[in-house]
Design a protein around this ligand. Structure first.
Ligand SMILES: Nc1nc2c(ncn2[C@@H]2O[C@H](COP(=O)(O)OP(=O)(O)OP(=O)(O)O)[C@@H](O)[C@H]2O)c(=O)[nH]1
Ligand SMILES: [Mg+2]
Length: 398
């Protein structure tokens, strides 16, 4: 299953710009057939250091030793206050969110748009107000799902032989990636584990929805439009890190400009690079050069445009994925035809060689015998936990 990340935020925050930038891939970096899944569902990539760089082997799947591994990105309609009651395109947005494993909350850090996305003078809207509002909308939408036929459900759990409360609650949230372990943990955390469901107040249900939102839809804050944001706004947003948020300064606008310039062979730039080089300066007009130098200045200050960093942070830090490389020929780190490191798979931290085998193919998983660390040629135990950039030969009966 491919990882799906949703871009959320109020109108005009820059979601579509982020989406366009993040899904615009040079043929060279995207070693995958070009696919537009749906107008608002695109392929983006996480960037990861390819093992070939350290092993000093020639790999055709990476660029400058960097590997780009696909994930799905969903651009959604802007969310306005009361969206969970159907205001704006609220319900459509929230339904789209169902399948997402995580969220990039695109915030207009410049404060140039009000809570509904209307344009206002730069710095006149406090971007901190956007954080709580968006989370509240998602929570209240989840509360609506939980509340649906609640009494009927609550009574069922009370009866002899009825289902367990955590199972019943998880069932309400089917399709949102919430299981009974999450619901049980949340109920314990909130002290609701012994309270019969029929006695739950609306507040109890909202609190549970809020906790489940945090675990099932973790988010990073993309402090977007940082290129025009007043410094005090950026600092303010950064203080959220004290509350456990991840805040990344970014300019989707700049990233889009760079990717288009790279696609047109004007510059050399890989998404996530901290700088770029101009290929043929004489081919650029003075305004083009000036625009690029402005972008360069921004990148120097912030360590890049921030767009790639958002996706990487979601996948590697929030969702805890690592990259693993299955191979058939461990001597050459390749498949049977000699293609070096043919596939890179995103697997959850804690995955075993067998889990990787299942990622490759169900049949390979079913006929799995053991894994071999291709670097050391050592056979790996059943419970061995894969590490980032492991190269694994899968031995199976098939
Ligand atoms: N300066 C600056 N402007 C940006 C940036 N990203 C987006 N914008 C501008 O912000 C405006 C809104 O951008 P969109 O990407 O359409 O915003 P959206 O969140 O998709 O808006 P809705 O689809 O209405 O919800 C456009 O004028 C963009 O050019 C950025 O990083 N810097
Ligand atoms: Mg949009």
């Amino acid at each position: 299953m491919t990882i799906m990340i949703a871009l959320a935020g109020k109108p005009n925050a820059g979601k579509s710009t982020f989406f366009k930038a993040a899904t615009l891939a040079d043929v060279e970096i995207a070693n995958y057939p070009f696919t537009t899944i749906k107008p608002n569902l695109g392929v983006s990539y996480v960037r990861s250091r390819c093992p070939s760089a350290d092993l000093k082997i020639d790999c055709k799947k990476c660029v400058n030793g960097e590997r780009f591994i696909p994930v799905e990105l969903l651009d959604v309609a802007g969310l306005v206050p009361e969206a969970h009651k159907g205001k704006g395109l609220g319900n459509k947005f929230l339904d789209d969110m169902r399948q997402a494993q995580a969220v990039i909350h695109v915030v207009d850090a410049s404060g140039a748009t009000d809570i509904e996305g209307n344009v206002v003078p730069i710095g006149s809207h406090d971007p901190l107000d956007d954080i709580k509002f968006l989370e509240n909308e998602i929570t209240m939408w989840m509360f609506g799902i939980l509340n649906n036929n609640w009494m009927k459900l609550a009574k069922k759990t009370g009866a002899a032989g009825g289902s367990k409360p955590e199972d019943a609650v998880a069932e309400q949230f089917t399709g949102l990636g919430i299981d009974d372990v999450m619901t049980r943990t949340a109920m314990l955390e909130l002290g609701l584990e012994n309270k019969p469901l029929v006695n739950w107040s609306e507040e109890d249900m909202v609190r549970l929805s809020d906790t489940l939102r945090r675990v099932s839809k973790p988010l990073v804050i993309a402090a977007n439009k940082a290129d025009i944001a007043p410094p005090q706004n950026l600092e303010k947003l950064k203080t959220l890190e004290g509350q456990g948020y991840k805040v990344i300064y970014c300019s989707a606008g700049y990233e889009l400009a760079l990717r288009m310039a790279a696609k047109n062979h004007l510059i050399d730039y890989l998404p996530g690079d901290k700088d770029f080089t101009i290929r043929e300066p004489e081919k650029l007009s003075a305004p083009q050069k000036a625009a690029l130098e402005k972008i360069r200045e921004f990148m120097k200050k912030f360590g890049g445009t921030g767009v790639q960093q958002c996706t990487n942070t979601v996948v590697f830090d929030l969702l805890n994925y690592i990259v693993a490389y299955p191979v058939e020929d461990e001597a050459h780190f390749s498949d049977k035809s000699g293609n070096v490191l043919p596939d890179a798979f995103l697997v959850k931290k804690g995955s075993t060689p067998r889990d990787l085998a299942y990622k490759v193919h169900t049949q390979i998983g079913d006929s799995f015998l053991f894994g071999v660390n291709a670097r050391t040629k050592m056979r790996l135990g059943e419970k061995h936990e894969l590490e980032n950039n492991d190269i694994i030969k899968i031995v199976s009966t098939k």
